[in-house]
Design a protein around this ligand. Structure first.
Ligand code: HEC
Length: 145
């Protein structure tokens, strides 16, 4: 019989596909252990409480670290949940800018909402205690005196 190249190719390919199919079906590796999917880890319950609970405080400031005046307490307890008083004392701003800062804390830093009358009291306090610092011409520069 004459076996030409076409026959040879067809036979080889057929044999290859049959072997691959048998392999995929697991026929060629019967003694392999069965695949066992890994156990799913138990889904952790969503934390119902503040995730920061138990973490050390970010500062050790007390009410006394703010200058005494009306509105000091409410300002302290509203504004030092996330940072100390230093960030606040470092600023000197107009009421308008304090107001904008307040909004920033609410929107960007997710400060919990504050009652309108408390907001007024806090803004009164901040504006009175930390007003814009006037920049005198030549302020600290001895050469401009
Ligand atoms: C929910 C958390 C949170 C509360 C409450 C909060 N802040 Fe902030 N504040 C931040 C974060 C976060 C920053 C970013 C600065 C940082 O800590 O590095 C910041 C920064 C500031 C700064 C620095 C300047 C700036 O704009 O970045 C000022 C001033 C400030 N806060 C004032 C206040 C005042 C006033 C209150 C109360 C009305 C307040 N914050 C309450 C989270 C808070």
């Amino acid at each position: 019989m004459s076996l030409n190249i076409t026959h040879a190719v067809v036979v080889t390919l057929t044999a290859t596909f049959l072997l691959l199919a048998a392999d995929r079906a697991g026929e060629l590796r019967k003694n392999q252990p069965a695949y066992v999917p890994p156990a799913k880890p138990a889904v952790a319950a969503a934390p119902a409480v503040d995730p920061d609970k138990g973490k050390p405080p970010v500062h050790n400031d007390t009410v006394d670290d703010l200058p005494e005046s009306k509105g000091r307490e409410i300002t302290f307890y509203t504004c030092t949940a996330c940072h100390g008083v230093a960030l606040i004392k470092a600023q000197g701003m107009s009421r308008e800018l304090w107001d904008q800062s307040f909004d920033l804390m609410l929107t960007r830093h997710r400060m919990p909402p504050v009652k309108p009358e408390e907001r007024v009291e806090i803004l009164d306090y901040l504006t009175e205690q930390f007003p814009p610092r006037r920049r005198q011409r030549g302020g600290d520069n001895p050469f401009l005196k």
